[in-house]
Design a protein around this ligand. Structure first.
Ligand code: ADP
Ligand code: ADP
Length: 225
């Protein structure tokens, strides 16, 4: 069963005339796939990310995430779906500065009623998986950009999500750290993770085995990548 299935999705923002940010998007992601979505500024990437992340609903068409039709869920159920099925990685890391790496990762499990000792155990395991087993007690200010992004990736993985969404994950990193992060995604993919990478950067997208282009709110299959 697809992890993500988007069918004829249209998203219009109000205006006179309305802005059609997505104009009939079809996209299916199967378990274990690593897909890059590439497009220039204004092409609809953020709008699509918001649909894939259950942060927004399509104006028309269908978005199914991990078997759930997003359009039919209320805010509470959307929030539960995000917590259970999705992991997010952002350009700017979004770590809490006052917390250690271990606690930044462990707090992602707070809302599931998992006891503190078990949260710590799983957070340590996720940080070890991204190569940061020796940085558990460090705060974001004591970590490099590349290490900070690894913490964010551990946080995205710790709940064992059906799908990890990474939005320009190398955008705040120098090219060496960026390449290391893409290598880590490669390892996670080899391990069976399902990944969607969103980027404006063709070079970065080349790390992913499957690529689609988005342009003016439409998916253009592989040819242009
Ligand atoms: P990208 O992330 O690729 O830069 P966006 O999804 O942000 O693209 O934007 C796609 C189109 O929708 C652009 O024309 C943008 O100006 C427009 N847009 C995005 N958000 C809004 C909004 N809240 N209201 C009106 N228009 C918007
Ligand atoms: P960055 O600039 O770090 O890539 P943004 O702050 O632009 O990330 O966020 C990208 C998108 O993700 C936005 O549409 C935003 O609403 C959403 N978002 C931001 N923080 C969170 C979060 N903690 N959980 C879920 N979605 C988020």
């Amino acid at each position: 069963r697809p992890v993500l299935e988007i069918t004829e999705a249209v998203r219009e923002y109000p205006g006179v005339p309305p802005v059609r940010a997505l104009d009939g998007v079809d996209l299916t992601v199967m378990p274990g796939e690593w897909l890059a979505i590439v497009g220039p500024s204004g092409s609809g990437k953020s709008t699509l990310l918001n649909l894939m992340g259950a942060l927004d609903k399509p104006t028309s068409g269908s978005v199914r995430i991990d078997g759930h039709e997003v359009g039919k869920l209320n805010d509470e159920k959307l929030s539960a779906l995000r917590g259970r099925s999705l992991g997010f990685v952002f350009q700017s890391f979004h770590l809490l500065q006052s917390l250690s790496a271990l606690d930044n990762v462990g707090t992602a499990l707070m809302y599931r009623g998992i006891p503190a000792a078990e949260r710590r155990r799983r957070a340590e395991s996720a940080l070890t998986r991204v190569g940061l087993g020796h940085r558990l007690g460090h705060r974001p200010s004591q970590l490099s950009g590349g290490e900070s992004q690894r913490v964010a990736i551990a946080r995205a993985l710790v709940g064992d999500p059906a799908l990890v969404l990474a939005d320009e994950p190398t955008g705040n990193l120098d090219s060496r750290n960026g390449e290391e992060i893409m290598r880590l995604f490669g390892e996670l993919h080899a391990d069976g993770a399902t990944l969607v990478l969103i980027t404006h950067d063709d070079e970065i997208a080349r790390a992913a085995p499957r690529r689609v282009h988005i342009r003016d709110g439409r998916i253009v299959q592989g040819a242009l990548v």
